[in-house]
Design a protein around this ligand. Sequence first.
Ligand code: GDP
Ligand code: IMO
Ligand code: MG
Length: 422
Amino acid sequence: MNIDILLGLQWGDEGKGKVVDVLTPKYDVVARFQGGPNAGHSLEFNGIKHVLHIIPSGIFHREKINIIGNGVVIDPAIFEEEIKALEKMGLTPTDNLWISKKAHLILPTHRLLDAAQESKKGKNKIGSTLKGIGPTYTDKTARHGLRVGDILSEDFQERYNNLVATHKLMLKMYGFEYEEVLPKMELNYFEALNTIKKFKFIDSEYEIDDFLNNERSVLAEGAQGTLLDLEFGSYPFVTSSNTIAAGAFSGLGLAPRRCGKVVGIVKAYCTRVGAGPFPTELFDATGETLRTQGNEFGATTGRPRRCGWLDLVALKYAIMVNGVTEIALTKADVMSNFETINICTAYKVNGEITTRFINDSNAQIEPVLTPFKGWQQDISNIRNYDELPPEFKMYIQYIEKETNTKISIVSVGPDREATIVR
Ligand code: GDP
Ligand code: IMO
Ligand code: MG
């Protein structure tokens, strides 16, 4: 048995949470492999919307195992809040949520350092979610981070104190005042450690190997999106982990030859939160319509998302670096009233046309747009591919032809039920 990977092909918020929830019944296990509480994965059923940050989106299916892999960074305080919300719904996540001992811990001082470093950047701010992601991965690679398994060791408090002492020196250097806020954050943090201790700590590499060897299927759930990847996004306007398919192997402890399907989630237009290049961004009323109709406000920070047309150049790049085998297209219902829908098919840079993605965050990119006739019909209640309007089918077929990739799922609304599987 091989592992299937589901990930975002744009700048995050493509609808990964929704699609994972829809696909979970087909799998035995859902596993997150990177990122942390910077993610906000929404899913909806029975008229209620749920937002998950660290916990995999398969958690609402009680009989499925959910794993937080070694590549994830965990803030115990946010984890505790998520657990409480699930328990309120009558779920018992201690039964079906396992956590890698090797996942790194976000400390309260990591969050403060994130804020201090962002404010120091001035106009070059990345627009971080300020959840401590960058500083935690920095400590991981610098080899002085703390991991989930360390919580159980006798010298945990001492190691925590040592790391925090270093962080305080750094905060002082940044001129960041932590004295007032930190004690309260720490109180909350140490309480939350008691919650996380109730969970099963695992070596995800062994557990996943066992599942696959016993013909049990695993879906790896990505966070963020390909264009926010540490290596292949528009550096430095990226996140601090590998969001691409390769990240699933290091983030769970899995051999690359066990790669099964790679499902890429694509929004029918583009959004981006935070700073950085966005070639198809719309600054006009159309952009505003996408934002309001699509409810494009961050699931983690509530920030308005920047909106623009679908970018085929970036999409083809994302399909290439991930080895995407099929696409799930989301949110086309948001464009139901549009007379014309544009797709960016090339970039113009310094007067030259290119179909290659540009990672250089300083490049001045002008999108070359191809117009399509809109379907101008509400598609949110359609559940059968054949009943979709012909103009929308043409839009789908065009993307399939250009990317040479099948669109196997069409999502037409936030609810679990609003899904067409082909
Ligand atoms: P994720 O981070 O990729 O899981 O995506 P988010 O949850 O941050 O953002 C996607 C938003 O779009 C959420 O509010 C979802 O409820 C919503 N959504 C997902 N799929 C669809 C869809 O097909 N149509 C509409 N209208 N909303 C959708
Ligand atoms: P999901 O999983 C959209 C963006 C931030 C910022 C940059 C770096 O919900 O798709 P960080 O906090 O990682 O240091 O921020 O990345 N970002 C996301 N944008 N969706 C996300 O996750 C994101 N996680 C981080 O806005 O620009
Ligand atoms: Mg999100």
